[in-house]
Ligand binder design. Structure first.
Ligand code: ADP
Ligand code: F6P
Length: 334
């Protein structure tokens, strides 16, 4: 059960700002709506910063009213726009950003983004004293301190919709398909998608992959006269081109795999109910934590409980990928 923490309003905060940063994720909009409405309804002014840290450092800031977040709970992307901003890695620039926030009379900042964006938020508060609260907004689910990040569930379901269609072709043509999903350096999307689509194998950066065993299992299928069809889910991994390299290796073993790279389709689309509820709960909780004087923390959901974790831990600790999920695909294979 989701329960908002009961926190006493102790901080002298009259105005907050929020921004979305890094890769956009479905659910950022419900988070923006939740933060805005939760703050306005408690008498706090709200400012939206456009294009993440890129907008912050040039003062692209506008006041948000309740009507500005009407009709966005169901929309993918982010109405505040998002960006990656190399300049924010410079402490001088972060100091200027803090000055801009002060000039606008902004007493605290809520950052919605992945671990990179949360690293930026941590440095900003450490160096300048501007209170910050982070929310985990990324499809990758690679953020410590929360079971799911905002957008992960939608991305998994979007990938599944495509993969179920690819499987029809795989079966009709008795072919195997390598399907590449996003996730940067982590296999959270791949493992979840792999189990849910009944993949024959899941390839993730965290664990070793055995090409020989895959080829053996495909050869066994063929020997049974079944034709080798199936789906292999590949996490994109840190180096581009992994899926093509795997396809070449399979070709060398006599297979003719199809390759499908799902790409940015996984980042868009209307958020699932799960992501909308998660974003709404975490958004309102972020406001309450900020008004209670907390800073340098990320608000996540662990075992259906709202949990605040120090940003230092979020940055240093790695969310572990459950190895059993990856093994399960093989256990469930015919
Ligand atoms: P995500 O937030 O989804 O992990 P990135 O890693 O691309 O995405 O980070 C998004 C933005 O956060 C970067 O473009 C940069 O502006 C900021 N950021 C990332 N890492 C740092 C860092 N170490 N110091 C300051 N800012 C950072
Ligand atoms: O972090 C979200 C993500 O979609 C990753 O899964 C992917 O590796 C990366 O962003 C792609 O970034 P870009 O949109 O800049 O190509």
């Amino acid at each position: 059960m989701y329960r908002l923490p009961e926190l006493e309003k102790t901080a002298n905060i009259r105005a907050i700002a929020l921004l979305t940063s890094g890769g956009d994720s479905p659910g950022m909009n419900p988070a923006v709506r939740s933060i805005t409405r939760a703050a306005l309804n408690q008498g706090i002014k709200v400012f939206g910063i456009n294009r993440g840290y890129s907008g912050l450092i040039i003062g692209d800031i506008t006041e948000l009213h309740s009507s500005d977040v009407t009709n966005i709970v169901q929309r993918g992307g982010t109405i505040l726009k998002s960006d990656r901003c190399e300049a924010f890695k410079d402490p001088v620039v972060r100091n200027q950003a803090a000055e801009i926030l002060r000039e606008h009379g902004i007493d605290g900042l809520i950052v919605i983004g992945g671990d990179g964006s949360l690293s930026g938020a941590h440095l900003l508060t450490q160096e300048t004293g501007i209170p910050v609260i982070g929310l985990p907004g990324t499809i990758d689910n690679d953020v410590y301190g929360t079971d799911d990040t905002i957008g992960f569930d939608t991305a998994v379901n979007t990938a599944l919709e495509a993969i179920d269609k690819i499987r029809d072709t795989a079966i009709s043509h008795e072919r195997i398909f390598l399907v590449e999903v996003m996730g940067r350096n982590s296999g959270h999307i791949a493992s979840q998608v792999g189990i849910a689509c009944g993949a024959e194998m899941i390839v993730v950066p965290e664990y070793e992959f055995n090409l020989e065993s895959l080829c053996f299992s495909l050869a066994t299928q063929r020997a049974r006269g079944e034709g080798s069809s199936g789906i292999i889910i590949v996490a994109e991994g840190p180096r581009p081109g992994l899926t093509s390299r795997l396809a070449t290796q399979l070709e060398e073993h006599g297979e003719k795999p199809g390759v499908c790279i799902l790409g940015h389709i996984q980042r868009g689309g209307r958020p699932t109910g799960h992501d909308r509820v998660l974003a709404s709960c975490l958004g309102a909780a972020a406001v309450n934590y900020m008004l209670a004087g907390f800073s340098d923390m990320m608000i996540g959901m662990v075992n259906n409980e709202i949990v605040a974790t120090n940003l230092q831990d979020i940055i240093e600790k790695k969310k572990v990928l459950n190895p059993q999920l990856v093994e399960l695909a093989q256990l469930l294979h015919k």
